[in-house]
Design a protein around this ligand. Structure first.
Ligand SMILES: [Zn+2]
Length: 252
């Protein structure tokens, strides 16, 4: 009996709920439409605000790069100023850690001030029977991005977000060679990314340590600064304020 009553009640509940869904008064339809419109508007607002937020986040993550306004302003080709450098521009070949050629041709461009100091340092080396061999100089910003794309590891390549001092024309990758161009042992190859390339690494032959010290001492005396992990990399101290550039040198 109880079950019957319950069944009846259930039937009535289903009937009314169905009829309610089927027969919606006009005023309710209008209210529902209104509500759906409001929801749609709200959705559009949320999307807009999210887009705005994303844009502002992207703006934040974009580096404060102040671009070099004029194409080649302040840059010089070191070979136009001195014949005393050996050029071995590795990124114009595939003989580099990227295993890819990223420069169309081998040229060493730097800022005028950097060139002046490099020439002064080279003169000192030459008195001692050595000279500078250049592996890399100014690196266009677009090449930095290309390198990052090939090798996105901040330990090896400067993230284009902040740019590299090479992009400012104020960093050089160098080694020493004898005056006849023959090799001077620096303990590791250029772009050897391991502790053996660190300035503090001491488990090297005495001769190697002496070469690294001579390079460092002379470069520092002429306004350059080392970085901890690469014996070949030198930043021009006063060059940090230079702007990042993307001018590309001409190839004949
Ligand atoms: Zn470097």
């Amino acid at each position: 009996m109880v079950i019957r009553k319950l069944m009846g009640l259930l039937f009535l509940m289903i009937f009314f709920s169905c009829s309610e869904a089927k027969v919606i008064p006009d005023s309710n339809v209008a209210a529902l439409l209104e509500r759906s419109k409001a929801l749609q508007l709200r959705g559009e607002k949320v999307t807009k605000s999210l887009t705005e937020k994303r844009d502002s986040i992207e703006a934040l993550s974009t580096p404060k790069i102040s671009w070099n306004s004029s194409k080649e302003e302040g840059f010089v080709n070191i070979q136009n100023l001195s014949d005393d450098f050996v050029l071995d521009m590795r990124y114009a070949t595939s003989d580099n850690f990227l295993k890819e050629k990223v420069y169309s041709c081998a040229k060493c461009y730097v800022r005028k001030e950097v060139a002046k100091s490099l020439i002064a340092a080279n003169k000192e080396f030459m008195k001692l029977g050595y000279k500078i061999k250049l592996f890399d100089c100014y690196r266009p910003y677009s090449v930095q991005k290309k390198m990052w794309k090939i090798f996105p590891n901040p330990g090896y390549v400067a993230d284009p977000k902040g740019g590299s001092i090479h992009n400012k024309g104020a960093a050089v990758d160098i080694t020493l060679v004898k005056l006849d161009g023959s090799k001077v042992d620096m303990g590791t190859k250029f772009d050897h990314f391991g502790k053996e390339a660190h300035h503090a690494y001491a488990a090297l032959p005495k001769e190697v340590i002496q070469h690294r010290k001579l390079l460092r001492k002379t470069m520092e005396k002429n306004g350059f600064q080392t970085i901890r992990t690469e014996w070949w990399h030198y930043n021009f101290q006063a060059g940090r304020t230079f702007k990042i550039s993307d001018f590309r040198w001409e190839c004949e």
